[in-house]
Design a protein around this ligand. Structure first.
Ligand code: ASP
Ligand code: MG
Length: 458
């Protein structure tokens, strides 16, 4: 019996024949071993989901010519990949024929939407499912061809037959118990030696109606599939070799972090690091399945492993930053009770769904940091007569994340020595014990971050 690993590849990893060949090499090298077999989960080729959205909207126009033209573009693009990737002419023809069925399906959808002059979320999900169905069809055939001589079997599983979701089209909720039940035979086939290929992002209701789980959803699909088949590991292959100590475009010395706890990864993402949305992989982490973030351009790199908890001794894990945040100072007008303005402030935030990134409160004034400047108008309106408010938008929020921020003696001194003469306007320290944030002027942020990175990582 083999242990299972899930290998997930995003749109750029499968954008053309060359990229798909790289993925095939990665599957052979890091998915198939003496003791392991992979379930490969793919996105649509880069740009295809957007194109399908356009097609669905163009279908509503008076004339469907533009929609059909775009369908033709997709047809050509995928056919080019097939001809480049698959060697056997018979297999090529066979795959092109099956793809042909997908495109004729798509044309029918265009006609249907056009005739009814109505695009529901339900029909749009059908449009969107085409991207993943096409990419996996091509990839599984090519992989099957390449592995045949090794006596290995590749099976394409249609996610709509096992990835069961609610009926909330375009944002459907996966139903984990059904998925687990439906995936049992898949798990057994792979454990017995087969290599599985399937689609991220798409699923179906219990009645078999096609659904999608939200843009960028294939990481979430991969995590849930990994849980359902009790994978030993989930590999998320992207175009960066893991989670970095800092954005390498700003600090070239930044390096991937070998292991990171879920809490640290979440904090880094929340405060601006460009990493996958950690909440999408939470189901796997919660079940104790390690999730590795790896780069398909540099597959030999170790990448980053995200675990539920990690015993770390390092003081600092990484530095994140957000440019152009909105800093607001709220000062109640009355000298005494400030609770009323707080209540109104929070009601407004709840209404506007604006979660502050950081808060600092002194006796009378409160400082809030928001991601988007759009909240200004609502705050001014609602707090009119209760508080005076000032806003600054040329500020950056710098955040340090690390397990030793509260426990390492003298670390605050090291941090603020590195910050140097730059003024910090709001400092939050503590709470969950792994985050320190502060505000600096936008134009000072790069040098502050570089000095901090040097102090702690170089
Ligand atoms: N293809 C889908 C999208 O572009 C899902 C994904 O790539 O995760 O949103
Ligand atoms: Mg191998």
């Amino acid at each position: 019996m083999h242990k299972l690993v899930v290998q997930k590849f995003g749109g750029t990893s499968v954008q053309d024949a060359e990229a798909m060949r790289r993925v095939m090499a990665i599957v052979r090298e890091y998915g198939i071993t003496r003791h392991h077999r992979p379930l490969v989960v793919l996105s649509a080729c880069a740009g295809v989901t957007n194109s399908l959205i356009r097609i669905s909207e163009l279908a509503l126009l008076e004339d469907t010519a533009d929609a059909i033209k775009e369908v033709d573009g997709l047809t050509t693009r995928h056919a080019t990949i097939v001809r480049d990737l698959i060697k056997d002419k018979r297999l090529q023809r066979d795959v092109l024929k099956q793809l042909g069925d997908i495109w004729s399906d798509l044309r029918k959808l265009v006609r249907g939407v056009h005739l009814l002059n109505e695009l529901t979320l339900r029909s749009r999900d059908h449009f969107l499912s085409v991207g993943e169905r096409a990419s996996t069809l091509i990839f599984s055939a090519a992989l099957g061809e390449a592995l045949k001589k090794d006596g290995l079997e590749v099976i394409l599983y249609d996610a709509r037959e096992f990835f069961i979701t609610s009926r909330e089209f375009s944002q459907a909720r996966p139903l984990t118990r059904d998925i687990e039940r439906k995936m049992r035979p898949i798990r057994s086939q792979i454990a017995h030696g087969a290599i599985g290929v399937s689609q991220g992002f798409i699923g179906a209701t219990t009645e078999g109606i096609t659904t999608t789980i939200g843009r960028g959803g294939s990481d979430f699909s991969a995590a849930l599939m990994g849980v359902a088949v009790r994978a030993q590991e989930i590999q998320i292959w992207t175009d960066v070799a893991g989670i970095y100590t800092c954005d390498p475009r700003l600090t070239p010395a930044a390096a991937p972090i070998p292991t990171v706890s879920f809490a640290e990864a979440s904090a880094l993402a929340l405060f601006g690091a460009k990493v996958l949305h950690p909440e999408t992989i939470w189901p796997a982490v919660e079940k104790g399945i390690p999730v590795r973030v790896l780069s398909s351009n540099e597959p030999e790199e170790e990448g980053t492993t995200i675990l539920g908890e990690v015993a770390q001794t390092r003081p600092l894990t990484g530095i994140a930053f957000k440019r152009n945040v909105l800093l607001s100072q709220i000062s109640p007008l009355s000298a005494m009770p400030t609770l009323e303005s707080h209540a109104v402030l929070w009601e407004t935030l709840v209404e506007q769904k604006a979660v502050p990134l950081a808060i600092s409160q002194t006796a009378h004034h409160a400082l809030y940091v928001f991601e988007h400047a759009g909240i200004q108008t609502a705050l001014r309106q609602e707090l009119n007569g209760l508080a005076s408010i000032e806003f600054w938008s040329d500020r950056s929020l710098v955040t340090l994340v690390g397990p030793g921020l509260e426990t390492t003696p003298g670390i605050a001194l090291r941090i603020f020595k590195a910050v140097g003469k730059t003024n910090c306007e709001l400092i939050t320290y503590g709470g969950d014990g792994i985050v320190v944030s502060f505000i600096v002027p936008d134009d000072k942020m790069p040098s502050v971050v570089k000095r901090l990175h040097k102090e702690f990582f170089e």
